[in-house]
Each structure stands twice: as structure tokens, then as C-alpha cells.
Design a protein around this ligand. Sequence first.
Ligand code: AMP
Ligand code: GLY
Length: 426
Amino acid sequence: MKILMVGSGGREHSLLWKLAQSPQNPLLYAAPGNAGMAQIATCISIGVTEIASLVEFALQERIDLTLVGPEVPLTLGIVDEFESRGLKIFGARRDAAMIEGSKSFAKNLMRKYRIPSGDYEVLDDPKKARAYLEKVGAPIVVKADGLAAGKGAIVCPTLEAAHEAIGMIMEERVFGDAGAQVVIEEYLTGEEASFLAFTDGKTVLPMASSQDHKPIYDHDQGPNTGGMGAYSPAPVVTDAVHQKIMERVMLPAVRGMAAEGHPYKGVLYAGLMIKDGEPRVLEFNARFGDPEAQPLVVRMGSDLIPVLEAVIAERLHEATIEWRSEPTVCVVMASGGYPGQYEKGKVISGLDEAASVPGVVIFHAGTTLKNGKVVTDGGRVLNVTGIGKDIRQAIATAYQGVKKIYWEGVHYRNDIGKKALDRMVG
Ligand code: AMP
Ligand code: GLY
């Protein structure tokens, strides 16, 4: 069996790592991949948006199954293209990926199907947007409607900041056409969690809960990033909260998408704010989370391939997943300067020592090989993931791995998992 993974981040490396352990012993390919993925797969230099070249490669190599990591190729219709050529592929089709690709689409879906979420207004004229801000006041959240690499949501504590956000998004167009429209949304408080599920358009098979850490600095300070670390499970998602999320969010979303003529197949990811045991949706994503996939995949006890195939065949009601009871914690190691400007090409040391710590698995993100050495090649560089008998031990294990790794300018948060620990301790 030949499997192609589309993407080059920590999420993709973790999924590939899991596939490499399958009893089906698949032959693995990655496009474009990274230095870590190259150890278990053949990397081919085709970018994730070069859809015609990816189709051609899959046909030529007779790839049996393709798995898509990032959102951009999904919103460009990679799944539709592969399917039209008779190729098996796991991911949301173009219309279904709108749930992530257009915030106004997602918000309108939530309103129509009564999925709990913040109040909002969609506006395509900066004057009207400013007038609306004056009416509702701050704190408020201003979001570019389209994709903005996870940076399009601006939390505004004051009206002044909100006006500035309108200027940036709609007038300066810092996110390009993604800012032609904005969603202005009620500011929600509580604790965030990520809830991911497999779905074939009918059945929803939930994964374990997880929690991301978006801001760059400890104690959630500084600008938002793609995610600086994650852990699973998230204790804020109690059994009761889990049930509410399934009944009020996941099932209505999947049924709503089908009713709207956009049946949803793949991974559906709800970003949630949970307050007093009540979940409300911040956003939907049409894919695995990064870095949430990393701690999740390490806890996945059963083979992943049958689940992917069950989604594609629309027989997910026959599939199950076992989860290891031990918690996992993933610490992202980033380039100095990220999420702003950063340098590439720094030599990374200590990878083998870190990998030899019992309970540590390292997933690469922005890495590449240069003269036989692993060097930095992106903002988020490594994902050091630890498993332990409890959350305290998982945190200790992950940081034991982190401490063995070094490159010039390396930055990471020191408090990944602390919220879970505080909740456990009380
Ligand atoms: P999004 O891309 O929509 O998930 O937003 C990114 C981050 O902005 C979220 O993870 C939250 O931390 C924050 N955020 C988004 N929407 C809201 C909201 N309505 N209220 C409070 N914080 C929000
Ligand atoms: N961890 C956030 C995301 O994948 O969008």
C-alpha cells in the first residue's frame, strides 16, 4: 500500500509517524515533507498548492491513499480534483472546507442550525463596520472573513484597537482579499479547548480532547501564533462537556452541512470556548489541528488506516479508535523572532539525545537537511512530545527532551500543560 501525505509541518510528521507503525506496513511519501519526515518517507518537492502536479504524481506512482494536512489545498479543491481522477483521498471537499475558508459561512451555518457561538455581524464596507463597532463597543473580536494563516482573528480590548483592526484588514488589506469582508464577533471568555472528530458526513467519531496554546509567550502573553504547544486530554472537557459538544456542536454541524448540500467528510475541528461547563464555538477548521494532532496521534492506540478508509467509504459507523489513557504534552520549539521575522538555516543540535529520553517523540516542522545537518527552515521548527502516567510526568518528560535541543535563537514556552495541571491540582 502506498500513502501520500500532503504537507510539511509537525502535524503531518506525526500522522506519517503513526502510519509508519501500521501493521499494513505502507510505503510512505510526503509532499513536500521535512527533514524528519524524510527519515520515514520519500519526500518529493511538490508544494501543497500544486494540485495538478500532486494528481500527476499520485497517478504515476499509483498512490493508494492520500492524506491532506493543511487547509489551503482543501479550500482550493484538492479532494475534488483527486476524486475526479479516481484517486482515493482523505479530506474535506472544496465546498465543505468553506466551514474554515469563510468565517461568515461558518457563522451563518451556526446561526441557522443553532450551534452555540458568539453574536456577530458580517460587513463588507469599512464605514459600516466602524459604525457597527460604535454601536456594540469593546471588547470585541474582528476577523478577516477568509484564510489568514491563523492570524486573521484580532481580539480588541478597546474600540480604538477595533478601529485599527478594521483599517488593517479592510483598508490596508494585510491579509489580501481575505479582508474584503469581516466578521465582527462578541468577545467570549472562558477556557479554550479543541475538539476534533472524524466524520463521513453521517457518523461522527470523536477524538480525545486537546488544548492548544496560541500566544507566543508564557501565561498567554504576546501575539497569537499557529500554536506553541498542546496537550491531550483537556481536563476542561469533562464527560458532560464532551456530550454537550457532540450534541450541540458536532452533530448539528455535520447534519447542517449535509442539509446545505455540502456533505462534510474528513476531520472536523471545533475551536471552543468553555465557560461554566457550556461550550461555544470560536471557529471550525476542516483538518487536524497543528499542534493538537501531535499529542493526539501519540495517544492513538489503534491503527489509523482503517479509520481513514472508513471515512472515505462512508462506513464510519463500523470504525472505532482506542485511546491510550496516558496524557501527552507537545512543546513547540520555534525560531527566535517568530511569529514575526526570523532567520533560517541555524544548525540544530541535540536531536538524538532528546529522542533517546524515554517517552519522548520528536516531530519536525520547519526543518531541512543542509550538508548532512538538520537546520531550521521555518517559524515553528520542532514539536517535542512527551507521554507520561499523568499530566505532570508528561510535562516533565517533554521538557526533558526540549532541554537537550539547541540552536541559536531558539524559543519555546515554559508553561505548556500548566492549565491542565492546575485543574488537576484544583
Ligand atoms: P480563530 O482563528 O477564530 O480561532 O481565533 C484565534 C484565537 O482568537 C482563538 O483561539 C481565541 O483565542 C481568540 N478568539 C477568537 N474568537 C474569539 C471570541 N469571539 N472571543 C474571544 N476570543 C476569541
Ligand atoms: N492549533 C490551531 C490550528 O491548527 O488551527
